[in-house]
Design a protein around this ligand. Structure first.
Ligand SMILES: NC(=O)c1ccc[n+]([C@@H]2O[C@H](COP(=O)([O-])OP(=O)(O)OC[C@H]3O[C@@H](n4cnc5c(N)ncnc54)[C@H](O)[C@@H]3O)[C@@H](O)[C@H]2O)c1
Length: 263
């Protein structure tokens, strides 16, 4: 799998985003922009990327997905440096657990601003640029591409959990705009997909109260493999969706979940 174009990963300061940025380097991509609100995490990710392969070009820039200006600036800077966008992974997210009666409207708004509106802002900026650029030949397919987007949704975008009302609604929404823009821009040679991870061992899991009824252990039990996934295993799904091996795949939410019962 080769990535001759330009990759972006927003939410690259930790967990799945960090693993995705590193995997792009391992798979031969040499022009990568990474963004996050966590600039210290971003610097660590860049260091790890350069340890994998020196000499690659990495743009690390603060990107707060709750800010339209910050998102647009991040992608403007990326295009100014690298000229185009080819493989865009939108990963940034947060988790505020709780059933609806436990949540404030402010918590609901915050979570939707990061997970849903923020990811849509990234996707809109990416498609806007992709429409301006010429398609390029792809290394592993006979067909040209103007760009590929891979969003991170969740199994909570495919099914309900009793204490994840707000989080789950953001992830259902991600699959909604993923599918709509996949169909809307397919004729322009732009693909848009998502992954739906199960329980993945990242810092985010620390935010689920272990005393909650739907806790991590319960959620992990729903996965046939009986273990939590690793961020690198989700990154593999994101890179496949961005790659030309997936040249005929658009508008899907790919489960990466160790076989989840009931989904
Ligand atoms: N860990 C899991 O079990 C799991 C399961 C399904 C889906 N997901 C999704 O995977 C994605 C990555 O989460 P993770 O598990 O790697 O957690 P994580 O906490 O390790 O990483 C989340 C990243 O998003 C960044 N972020 C948060 N708010 C931001 C903002 N306003 N602007 C820019 N960046 C921001 C954080 O700084 C962090 O680097 C999220 O969208 C999450 O919902 C995680």
């Amino acid at each position: 799998m080769r990535f001759p174009g330009v990759a972006t990963v927003v939410g690259a300061g930790s967990g799945i985003g960090r693993a995705t940025a590193i995997l792009f380097v391992k798979r031969g991509c040499t022009k990568i922009a990474i963004g996050d609100v966590n600039v210290a995490g971003l610097a660590e990710t860049k260091k790890l990327m350069l340890e994998v392969k020196g000499g690659i070009e990495v743009l690390d820039a603060e990107c707060d997905v709750t800010s339209e200006e910050s998102v647009n600036t991040f992608f403007t800077r990326t295009v100014a440096k690298f000229g185009r966008l080819d493989y865009c992974c939108n990963v940034a997210g947060m988790l505020i657990p709780g059933a609806s009666t436990d949540l404030s409207a402010a918590q609901y708004d915050k979570q939707h601003s990061v997970n849903c509106r923020g990811m849509w802002l990234c996707q809109r900026a990416e498609i806007t640029q992709m429409l301006k650029q010429d398609p390029i030949d792809t290394p592993d397919s006979a067909f040209q591409s103007r760009g590929a987007i891979a969003n991170v949704a969740s199994m909570a975008g495919l099914r309900g959990y009793d204490n994840l009302a707000s989080y789950s609604s953001t992830k259902h929404a991600i699959l909604g705009f993923t599918k709509c823009d996949a169909y809307g821009y397919a004729s322009k040679l732009i693909r848009v997909n998502a992954v739906c991870p199960g329980v993945i061992a990242t810092p985010m899991l620390g935010e689920i109260d272990p005393n909650d009824k739907t806790n991590i252990a319960e959620m992990t039990k729903d996965m046939a493999m009986g273990r939590q996934g690793q961020p690198e295993e989700v990154a593999e799904g994101l890179l496949w969706l961005c790659s030309s091996y997936a040249s005929f795949v658009t508008g899907i939410g790919l489960p990466v979940n160790g076989g989840m019962v009931g989904a």
